[in-house]
Structures are given as C-alpha cells and as structure tokens.
Design a binder for this molecule. Sequence first.
Ligand SMILES: [Zn+2]
Length: 284
Amino acid sequence: MKRRDFIKAFFACLIIGHDAPEIFAKEVRKLSGHQVMDNDSYVKDYLNKMRNFNRPHPNDICLGKKDLLLLDSTVSRLKRLQRTVGYGNFHLLSVDDAIKTARTYSRIGRFPKPELEFMENIFSTDAARYGFADVKPLPGFTDKIDKRASKKVHGTGHYLYCGAPLETYQKIKKELGDNVILTSGVRGIVKQFLLFLNKTVRNNGNLSLASRSLAPPGYSFHGIGDFDVGQVNFGVANFTGRFTTTEVYHDLISMGYAQFRYPQDNMLGVRFEPWHIKLNKTVT
Ligand SMILES: [Zn+2]
C-alpha cells in the first residue's frame, strides 16, 4: 500500500470507529474532525507507535465491556483445546475441527453461540479499522489447512508446507547449520485466534496493540507459507529486537534470506519482525 493510500485508510478508520458497534465501543481516545493531524505529523506519530508497539497509544481501538467477558472465556476455551489436541496438532486445526473437538471433550466444553458470534465478528471485521493494514491471505472463517500438503519438522513441534517453504527452510538449515531453528511454521485460523486474542486479553482488550505484533486471524501469512526462524537456545528472545544481535540473523542477511515480510518502518501497522521469513512463492 502506498503511503498516501495508507494515510487515507487510517483516517477513514477513525471515522468508522465513531459509530461502530460494540466491538469498537471503547476507544482509548477518539480524534474529532478538527484534531486530525497533517501527513508528516501522522507519519512521525505512526513510526513512534511502531517502535513502541507494546505500549498503548491514545488512538488505539479496544473491545467493549461485553466483548471483554467473551474474550476471556474464548481464550480459556482455546487454551483447553490446545492442551487436549496437543501443541503440534493445534497449528493445523480449522474452526470446524475446533467446534467438533470442543463438543466431544467435556474438559473443553462446547463453544456457546455468543463466543462463536464473537469470533466471527472479530474475523469478519476489517483489521484496518484498528490499524493492521496488510492483506488477508485466508479470507474464510472456516478455511482449512491442507494437512497432507504440510510436513512436521522434526524436533520443533511445527509444520511447514511442502514445496517452497520446506525447501527454503532446508536450504537455510544446510547453509546456517545447527545454529538455526524453526520457531513457527504453518498456523491455521484457530492457532492465530489464540495468539491474537491471548495478546488482546493481556492488554485489556486493546486490538490495535495486539495487531502491532500479531496478525489477526486470517491475516497471517503463516497460513500460506511464511515461517519464523531463530537461534538455538535463544528462547523467546528470538521474537524480540535482540534477535538482530544473533549470528543467525547476520547469516540470514549475508546469505540473502533476509526477505522480511515486515521490515523496519513498514507502513502496514506491524512492528519490525526480523525473524519472519517471507516466501515469495506462497502456498494457496
Ligand atoms: Zn512470523
């Protein structure tokens, strides 16, 4: 998206936010018409927001009270579901699989109608309204991951699509050696729901803040081929700015694998993600 178009979309989003339904009922602060910033001030404010992605911003969009309760219960149910089906399998689960499995196991409990409606509402809302401006590679709520088209990568708990994603990872592994590890591969809509909503729960329902570091469900390119890599034994620091200090990061740059989906100062509403490998040829 060109900078001018993005700015247009941004202002449109604030206007829509004013008369939006319950999901946008609570904005931390609304900009009224006469408070609209000029383009340069907007870009400066935007870049500052992205560099401090984990802090709430005055124009962030948050869930309303009613949705906060549904958010809590949905995240708890998704966590019980993940524990029941196993961390690895959970990556490939579709919404239909989730509903069916939850109905089968009393320790998960079936999804009540309001939770399903809440999830559908989150899914169908244009994420640009709360600041995430990238495209939606998995546009259907019940879109499925083709399990036969992916392969579990030994010792990681993650899957990669066969073809370009798996071949690229194998090439990276061959060239960088044992130092590099797959930290996240294929993620279906249910896994992305848990990641995104869990981040939203931990930030008092702030959808904008959550979407600066996690793509909303349907919007993740992990659904069609992208993957994350890290340095062995670097733990969660692999998903922080500290990753740029590692040997793996420097090797990725020098060997030409550094085609990042979300580069520094991108205008997509997403923080810099130096660990996220963009596949030019994605799986559809
Ligand atoms: Zn990623």
